[in-house]
Write a protein that binds this ligand. Sequence first.
Ligand code: RB5
Length: 150
Amino acid sequence: MKIAIGNDHTALEMKAAIKAHLEEKGYEVLDLGTNSTDSCDYPVYGEKVGRAVVDGEADLGIAICGTGVGISLAANKVKGVRACVCSEPYTAKLSRMHNDSNVLAFGARVVGVELAKMIVDEWLNASFEGGRHQRRVDMLMDIENHVTVQ
Ligand code: RB5
């Protein structure tokens, strides 16, 4: 399985740790940057991760900025992306099982490296349950396609 990973300047060390963790577990990692400590704009990297997933270059994506919020907002602007900011493993797991999240976001200034690894592991080990959750995910996609679900 290939995981796209992208981050802003706040998350270089976190990205390196998560990348090493993923590779240790046998995942292929597509590193979309940034790999510089120069201040940069998180939308660039959120979009890159989102597009890599939607275009099929990667199976899933991980997006990291200071809080996880900005980069997840950017990823979510790409049609077909369901990015969720998760600061603990339970939400990460349920975001896969119920929301079919395809991009995991978190904040390098919010969670420590060991907690981030647990969040990533729970997320990757969970699967979408389908059933009633499929209907709700379809409704999310309807909203994206300007079809009202009210
Ligand atoms: C950068 O200072 C910071 O705004 C960014 O990493 C992120 O937290 C935005 O949501």
